[in-house]
Design a protein around this ligand. Structure first.
Ligand SMILES: C[S@@+](CC[C@H](N)C(=O)[O-])C[C@H]1O[C@@H](n2cnc3c(N)ncnc32)[C@H](O)[C@@H]1O
Ligand code: SF4
Length: 373
């Protein structure tokens, strides 16, 4: 591969799930005789149509979901061999569905990184999250993945579940760290509209973690993980040296990516944003025509870039913002710096330790402060 080609990635959405978790708003289909091979063929047709938009072979390929561990390994192999990424190939795997033989098959197919959807090690919270697997399934999969010889792996956890105490969070973090993951993603539970959990919160049947509890939990997460050598490099992501997710770095750095499959978002080198349809049957019938293509205005594109890049520990490069035709209102930046939420970096601006827990609020203030350069 020539050395000066830009880094970019391919995201492939695999929508099957054993059950629908009550808090999840992603595009999924509860798996009953799903048309998996027809879906693979549709992905390959979409790839053929989309690849000419990109200048070179992709550097990364990520299978997300849904539950990619439910997709036939031989189909995953075909997709990887067709797309031929030059670097990281990652796959999200759910506990309770993965044998040692399947881990071998994925490694042989070219998967280099696994992301395990643990979410919690607490039986009480596992019931609340209504995952289709047990705590023992999660512990067993982490043990197997740690020994399976992938270049890297990660565990996903959810915190700030309703009623979670700091002692319960500590117990989750103890179990997580005992598994020795080189990378961790930790998301605070959000109440998405149109999910059973979101409706229960909206109607007052469930009381979510309040801002104070959320912040205390997030700060505990950061200090425990950083003490264990897992450095925060994005609001919700922590890694040992050399184990960052190179695919997700494309999103945070405003690099292009192709999005294949239902519900998948894409961002082309010419600035177009794409969005796959919700319906699997419609997608299989016409994987190219059902994908919506939109060309955002320069202002919307600058907001998208700003939101991604400022969540990253490297922060926002002011030169790059200017190259995109925008700058930030001085009074707003000065106010955020004075409040201790934003700091200057060698190339621009970054969140401070006090800014990370309230990143969404800081980002919306910055987005409102964008002005043409
Ligand atoms: C959509 S899942 C796909 C991977 C896999 N199916 C799983 O459940 O782990 C990707 C990540 O999003 C997280 N997620 C989904 N809905 C969420 C919510 N409402 N709040 C916080 N995290 C959420 C999941 O827990 C998981 O870590
Ligand atoms: S959280 Fe994961 S397993 Fe649960 S419904 Fe969403 S994609 Fe499926």
């Amino acid at each position: 591969m020539p050395t000066n080609l830009p880094a970019w990635g391919v995201y492939v959405h695999i929508p099957w799930c054993r059950t629908r978790c009550p808090y999840c708003a992603f595009t999924i289909v509860v798996d009953r005789d799903s048309p998996k091979h027809a879906y693979t063929l549709a992905l390959l047709r979409q790839w053929e149509a989309v690849a000419p938009q990109f200048p070179s072979p992709p550097t990364t390929l990520a299978f997300g979901g849904g539950t990619p561990s439910l997709h036939p390994p031989e189909d995953l192999t075909t997709i990887i061999r067709t797309i031929q990424p030059t670097g990281e190939v990652s796959l999200e795997a759910n506990p309770g569905q993965v044998s040692l033989a399947l881990l071998d098959a994925w490694r042989e197919a070219g998967v280099t990184r696994l992301s395990v959807g643990v979410q919690t090690f607490s039986r009480r919270h596992a019931r609340l999250l209504n995952r289709g697997h047990t705590v023992e399934d999660a512990e067993a999969l982490l043990r197997d993945v740690a020994r399976a010889g992938f270049r890297s792996w990660s565990a996903d956890l959810i915190f700030a579940t309703p009623g979670q105490t700091l002692a319960e969070l500590d117990a989750d973090l103890d179990a997580l760290l005992a598994a020795g993951p080189p990378h961790v993603s930790l998301y605070g539970l959000t109440a998405e509209e149109e999910t059973p959990y979101g409706r229960a919160v909206a109607s007052g049947r469930i009381t979510p973690a309040d801002e104070h509890a959320w912040r205390a939990a997030y700060e505990r997460v950061v200090s425990r993980l950083e003490d264990a050598g897992l450095a925060r490099y994005e609001v919700s992501n922590f890694a040992r040296p050399g184990h960052r997710s190179t695919h997700n770095e494309h999103y945070w750095r405003g690099r292009p990516y192709a999005g294949l499959g239902v519900g998948a978002a894409g961002y082309w080198p010419d600035g177009a944003r794409t969005q796959g349809p919700e319906d699997v049957a419609a997608y299989i019938a016409d994987p190219v025509g059902t994908c919506a293509i939109e060309r955002p205005s320069p202002a919307d594109a600058a907001v998208d870039w700003l939101v991604g890049t400022t969540r990253h520990v490297d922060g926002l490069a002011l030169d790059e913002l200017r190259a995109r035709g925008f700058t930030l209102r001085d009074d707003v930046v000065r106010g955020l710096v004075r409040a201790g939420l934003l700091q200057t970096t060698p190339t621009g601006l970054g969140l401070t330790p006090a800014g990370f827990p309230v990143a969404d609020g800081v980002l919306s203030r910055l987005a409102d402060a964008l002005t043409p350069a």
